[in-house]
Write a protein that binds this ligand. Sequence first.
Ligand code: HT7
Ligand code: ZN
Length: 875
Amino acid sequence: MQCDFFLGATSLILDGDASILSLQQVCINGEEISGDTKMQVEQDKLTIHNVTEPAEIRITTRFNAKENTELAGLYKSGDNFCTQCEAEGFRRITYFPDRPDVMSTYTTTIHADREKFPVMLSNGNLVSKQKVSSKDSSMHSATWHDPWPKPSYLFALVAGNLTATRDTFCTQSGKNVDLVIWTDPHNAHLTAHAMYSLQRAMKWDEDRFGLEYDLDLFNIVAVDDFNMGAMENKSLNVFNSRLVLASPDTATDLSYEQIESVVGHEYFHNWTGNRITCRDWFQLSLKEGLTVFRDQEFTMDLHSRPVARINDVRNLRSRQFAEDKSGMSHPVRPISYEKIDNFYTATIYEKGAEVIRMYYTLLGKEKFRKAIDLYFERHDGQACTTDDFFAVMSEVSSVPLDGFERWYTQAGTPVLKASSEYLKDTQQLRLSLQQVLPTPPEAHPVEHMGPQFIPVSTGLLDDNGNDLPLTSYSYQEDSGQTITTTVDQGTTTAVLPFKAFSGEFLINNVPQKPAAVSLLRDFSAPVVLHYNQTAEELQHLAKHDSNPFNRYESTQKLARLAISASYYQESNHATTFNEALATTHGNALEREDNSKTVTKLDPAAVAQMLSLPSIEELGPLLIQDITDSPKDPLLDPLLLNGVRTQAIQTTAEAIENDLLQTFNATTEALHQLEYEPHGVQTGLRSLKGQIINRLVALDEHKHANRAHAMFETATNMTERMMALTALSHSTSNYRTDALDQFYQRWRTEQLNVIAWLGVQARSEVVNNVSKVRALLSHESFDMRTPNKVYALIGGFSTSPANFHAADGSGYEFLADSVLAVDQINPQVSARLLGPFTTANNYQPLYRDGMVQQLLRLERASLSGNASEIVGKALR
Ligand code: HT7
Ligand code: ZN
């Protein structure tokens, strides 16, 4: 490997991980050096003394890739070699300044056995490939050169017996790019969707951002053993095979969607991450937040914008809002970390993307594009900071962005309190706003907390459900001066720029008292909104709001209020909100008379409206945010789970006939269609899945047979898994029969086996922990394969009834598993520990159970990755 970089000091300090590397030789300008006066090797670095610039340094290291079970650096997946260098894997291959602001060009030569490793890949272009000249040698070599300077974390190398699926893409300037997806030979037939996704991503980036691919070759390699989803190495993306391989029998609609989105995400990194990279790892969200925003927009442009937005917000609320209430709470730009691998978090990714979306909302589509163009003009080829990005946005924005930068530095989810009053005399609506910020976490202190810039997207509805036209709004500044802003004619949504701790907006020329106020349309800021609304107002919004996100949000709010009232035993409220919720669900299921469509609304949107907020979403809301003063700041997860299940049952009972009718209608409609993982049929399946779950939850004796029939007649993995999921929570014999059938039929398909492990792990059946423990020794399980560990152990922790079992058996299982996994792969064990980081939110019975296991883990000699999470969970 040849790396060009400049030396600034006479002592050159290179990062390296002595737990895996054995240093063989160091040569400077062709001469070997040795001895303490010349160099020193320590656990995490190599120091070479008295180096004069310029110098050629040649370092030879040895390590055993086969035993590299951490899957960082160069490792073996099956019979193939591959690398994972982000964030600090390169230092497990050789000694190097392994930091993102050191950008170098790389030439890589790989030598390997011809038969075992016919394919040898690295970044850039293939310069040469040859057999080793001696007659009896079975070796060959390949040399690759990447002309683009890059940080070491984007380096990649792959060698193995892989089969290529090839296609091409012609760029906007007429250049032909070769596209290749490499897989194990028996999986080559499963790559069509990933290839098509790549071509669509390349075209979309040109159309939407004017960004063209900058090399002649783009490779994707699918590997079975991978710690995360995928990796954007320059021109040689490496993917977890579950995010590449798909057929109707191995992938669900959701997997198809994820493949498209992750293929897009990694491709989009070529500009946002690779061409402009991060100065240091504190800036991680610079590339990740922006690239998630880009992949979200890609999905929205290709499919339904509101459905995608709702999915993204659900994901944000259940993962990132929960993280904000945990020992892992940190700002989008963290100020400290022990192991950077632990900071690939929902805050960096999903909240980071929300921050970019707020710029987008404030600047508007055209100016945002102008700002992105300026970002590339100014910073292409550089290692940058989030401040650089903010500067570019501020320069182009016509709205001053003061206070916006605090989204990067202040941790936690702001609570936005709103109240409104109609002023008949002046025909104005007064909207009073207040923002309450959480106390900064100990690890990320902020000296002077200031208000964050919250864009509040607002609309007003009349009695018939129509939007009232908006003309202008006024705001009184701290100075006492009132500023009036005129909105474009015909506008029915205004983005109110709220930058203070408290303030009042007056919406002018409102001729009548609005029937309902629609706040935070499209979820215009990642906040928790407190706004008192009656069940009638929420029902009105759920039925008529022109903003589909807020139609959904109103049903969710009804559900949250119903669940919260039951949780706090406020039976009158519970009845009111449960009834309103059931009516809203019934309305959502309405179909047009004499129409062939299953529902009036998009069935995908109906499925979302029918779904209740997850436990992860409800937990943080209940203990702090759902009402101004929570009755108990500590959560009882079993009670919450029980109350949520009850809400599912009560509402299902009230509309059982509608559910059955729609279930039959979706079955009939789907029967006419050949499976495709897109279009209206995905919505129909998602609605059918939602309904079968509700029905089995309502009464398994009555409906488990329906789920079993759905399982047996399914012609695709989506419906099969939906039916299996519904059955997995029941105790009927149908459950065991379906699980056995599934395994017998699909045991040779690794992705199906992983899904089979996951569905059993997530089951809510009482005392499921013993079944999951038994699965650890099942022939299909392997503790060294992250996908299987995440499915079985990670899946188990998402079952509230079993993870939080009152006897502590769920917590004990997680701790036992962490201890075992940590010996093999610390990045994975650290991720498994996530559910313990919210220990302090729970009532003593649960908190003490978790703490007991955390203390047990603390006493064991854990990896640095796992220790950091245990420490934060115990704080
Ligand atoms: N940028 C990639 C991050 C990643 C990663 C980080 C730590 C350890 C293993 C990893 N594999 C991939 C993925 C992405 O966001 O695109
Ligand atoms: Zn990324």
